[in-house]
Design a protein around this ligand. Structure first.
Ligand code: HEM
Length: 262
């Protein structure tokens, strides 16, 4: 339990911060994710014979800037107080989306491929574990012929590996979820190339759980809000075991248009 709580909390939390940061830096990618979520919502409504989304009234909350408290209530599906500027319809639509669209099946890597790829791309550029060290218990020879004595330390650096043109091509520094998509599907890379979760027998045990949590939270936020960085707030690395943001991330969340059931 200690492993799961320690390994699974700050890693996913900081990755979500970096994901939001990437969304703010690349608004065109943020829009693509929104479109993907809306399309899925429409498909599911159509499948279930609920066509309200095409006949409903469009309610705009465009000028509103929402507090963290309101966001967390929406993510948890709770009703917000009536004086916070958001009607219960907004909460109802968000809750419906969470319950009916964000199912376990719809959060698998085969669904929402663009969102899944954007999370993988975030981890390529901003791996939650930026460097990871090992100690040889006994004398050993690495696959490339390097000799190790007992007690030697070996460090691999997912942060650097994720940015090497040698590994990812000349556009290695660009945030491009498209690089993970082939024939419209998310295509995983070898864990020896994409090392954010380590590779081999001691690879992260929580990888699928991490994607599930991050995809759910990101989908709920992306579907209902557009994020923008607060101008002039410094975004810097805090290089610890987990790569968090030194000054945290400050964003404005602007509510998107919501389609209200008539
Ligand atoms: C973005 C999220 C995450 C990243 C980037 C990540 C990354 C990693 C890395 C690099 C390791 C190898 C550490 C080492 O042995 O040197 C690891 C191990 C581990 N992770 Fe994760 N992790 C994430 C989320 C999670 C979550 C959500 C859980 C649990 C629910 C989890 C559970 C574990 C466990 C139990 C190990 C130890 C596995 C072993 O030693 O055999 N991780 N993780």
């Amino acid at each position: 339990m200690m492993s799961f709580v320690l390994a699974g909390r700050d890693t996913t939390a900081s990755s979500l911060s970096w994901f939001l940061y990437c969304m703010c830096m690349y608004p065109d990618k943020q829009e693509k994710i929104f479109e993907e979520l809306i399309n899925m919502e429409k498909l599911i409504a159509k499948r279930d014979g609920n066509t309200n989304e095409t006949h409903g009234t469009v309610v705009s909350y465009d000028d509103a800037v929402i507090s963290n408290e309101v966001i967390s209530k929406i993510v948890q599906g709770k009703k917000t107080a009536s004086n916070d500027g958001f009607g219960s319809n907004f909460i109802m639509v968000a809750k419906k989306f969470a319950d009916e669209v964000m199912t376990y099946e719809n959060l698998q890597s085969s669904c929402l491929p663009y969102l899944h790829s954007a999370i993988a791309e975030t981890l390529r550029l901003y791996p939650a574990v930026p460097r990871d060290g090992k100690v040889a218990l006994e004398e050993d020879i690495l696959p490339d012929g390097t000799h190790l004595k007992a007690g030697d330390q070996v460090v691999y650096v997912p942060y650097s590996m994720g940015r090497m043109p040698f590994i990812w091509g000349p556009d290695a520094l660009a945030f491009k979820p498209e690089r993970w998509i082939h024939d419209g599907r998310f295509q995983p890379q070898s864990p020896f190339k994409f090392t954010a979760f380590q590779a081999g027998p001691r690879m992260c045990l929580g990888k699928d759980a991490a994607y599930l949590q991050m995809k759910l939270t990101a989908a709920l936020l992306m579907r209902f809000f557009r994020f923008e960085l607060v101008p002039n707030h410094p975004v810097e690395y805090r290089m610890m075991n987990v790569m968090t943001m030194k000054h945290g991330l400050k964003v404005n969340a602007v509510a998107r248009e919501t389609i209200q059931d008539s």
